[in-house]
Design a protein around this ligand. Structure first.
Ligand code: TRP
Length: 460
């Protein structure tokens, strides 16, 4: 039997069996999704999976508001691997998204033992500054600290009522000796992800979270927590169309017309059903079948495409009635870039990656020593060709440095056929990386005094 596949967001050991991860955790593929003006990471299959991404793409298409949220661990130095999320954030921003970024200082404190002061200093110097240099738009980017946004912590705390220790144990492998700040960290992250939907942070709208696949446990938890707060469940109906069921909970039972000992209060239930009808009316369904007693509404003529608009209408209604009205977040997942030594990239082993402020000479040394997909001798290389899948220089051109698809394909062809030698592909990688790092360094100096432009008022 295959061994258990658990994703541990705090381990540096990550499975890279992406197909298996996708199947086992129920991630959607990118197939059939229409990605407008796809970025390099989309075109090259590096973004390989998603959850509910069509909700966000639909909003973008209709020019409806939507947001992107991500978070950073303010420990260590920023390296190339970290830049992949920012590339995606930039792409969503170009499609109209507002951008919120959490500095996970509480998480770093809980799981890495860093002081909050140190977290702040490092976040600004290493991450925010480089994010600015990578080209986020300061007008539509708002970076905050977990520790100074009480609403995020409050949301994390109150959502705690919707889960329990057994669930946290089975998702994260927590045990009796796990410290409680660590147990709390995923709850705060759920608060991060959901709070942009609160009225004072932009209101009800789709939010997408681009992450490495190691973060999927947090996404799953957050989606489940959000869904558990929902008052109305919208599901595909067996006989076709959609069905809407009431989700009666302690908090909402009186408002949904459930009285003492589970008795249905017909008047209250009738009023609720009237409001559901009015909420759905603008969507123009010809048939709306109501069963107030069973708390069920059916839309036989609806299609799966209507699910989004129906959900949004009902979440808005839920808010009017006093509920949270939270839409489960969407997400996208990218593959991890390989480390330069051929195994994992890790900030604690500088030889495995390039840092955004590495000197050119340091980068050059790393590329020269990087794992090669070339053959041991020139004669063999000419005969057998190089292996682009394993070659770090090629992989870094693919993931980071060569933005021109045609140029990349020409490199692939030449290297695979043996025409281009390992030393030559490294030379190309060094040239491209030199330009890339030079550009970032220049932009970093330009933003030196303007880092504050990216910070939310509560982060100043
Ligand atoms: N846990 C994330 C990490 O380890 C950081 C993070 C905190 C985050 N809050 C977030 C990521 C919200 C995405 C969304 O890097």
């Amino acid at each position: 039997m295959a061994d258990d596949l658990r994703i541990d967001p705090w381990s540096s050991q990550q499975s890279t069996d992406y197909a298996r991860i996708r199947d086992e955790f129920g991630l959607g593929t990118m197939e059939g999704l229409e990605i407008p003006n796809p970025s390099m990471l989309h075109r090259r299959g590096i973004v390989f999976a998603q959850r509910d991404l069509e909700v966000v793409l639909d909003a973008a298409r209709r020019k409806d508001p939507f947001g992107v949220l991500t978070g950073l661990m303010p420990s260590g130095r920023m390296h190339l691997g970290h830049s992949m999320v920012i590339e995606q954030v930039k792409w969503f921003q170009s499609q109209g998204a507002d951008v919120t970024i959490a500095v996970a200082d509480l998480e770093a404190h809980a799981t890495r033992g860093m002081s909050l002061e140190k977290c702040r200093e490092n976040a600004l110097k290493e991450y925010v500054w480089n994010y600015a240099a990578l080209g986020l738009d300061p007008e539509r980017t708002s970076i905050y600290f977990q520790s100074s946004r009480p609403i995020v912590q409050r949301l994390g705390f109150t959502l705690g009522k919707r889960t329990n220790l057994s669930e946290m144990e089975s998702i994260y492998g927590f045990r009796g000796d796990t410290n409680l700040a660590h147990v709390q960290a995923p709850m705060v992250q759920a608060g991060d992800i959901l709070h942009p939907q609160l009225d004072q942070y932009g209101g009800l709208r789709p939010i997408v979270v681009p992450v490495g696949v190691d973060q999927d446990p947090h996404i799953r938890l957050t989606r489940d927590l959000a869904a558990r707060t929902n008052w109305f469940n919208v599901k595909p109906r067996k006989a076709g169309g959609l069905s809407i069921g009431l989700s009666v909970q302690d908090e909402n039972s009186a408002k949904l017309g459930v009285g003492e000992r589970g008795r249905i209060d017909r008047d209250v239930r009738g009023t609720i059903f009237d409001s559901i009808h009015s909420a759905l009316e603008p969507l123009g369904f010809a048939d709306v079948l109501s069963n107030p007693k069973h708390g069920l509404i059916e839309l036989p003529g609806a299609t799966l495409r209507d699910r989004g608009p129906v959900r949004m209408a009902l979440l808005a209604l839920e808010r009017n009635l006093g509920g949270m009205g939270m839409l489960p977040p969407s997400s996208t997942y990218h593959r991890f870039a390989i480390g330069m030594t051929g195994d994992k990239m890790s900030s604690s082993r500088p030889e495995t990656t390039i840092f955004l402020d590495d000197d050119i000479s340091v980068m050059e040394k790393k590329v020269k020593r990087a794992f090669s997909g070339g053959q041991p001798t020139v004669e063999e290389h000419r005969r057998l060709g190089g292996d682009c899948d394993k070659d770090v220089a090629f992989q870094y051109l693919l993931t980071f440095f060569e933005t021109d698809d045609a140029a990349l394909e020409e490199i692939r062809r030449a290297y695979t056929s043996g025409e281009m030698l390992a030393g030559e592909i490294k030379k190309i990688c060094i040239d491209r990386a030199t330009e890339w790092l030079g550009d970032i360094a220049e932009k970093r100096s330009a933003f030196e005094d303007r880092i504050d432009d990216f910070l939310a008022p509560d982060a100043l």
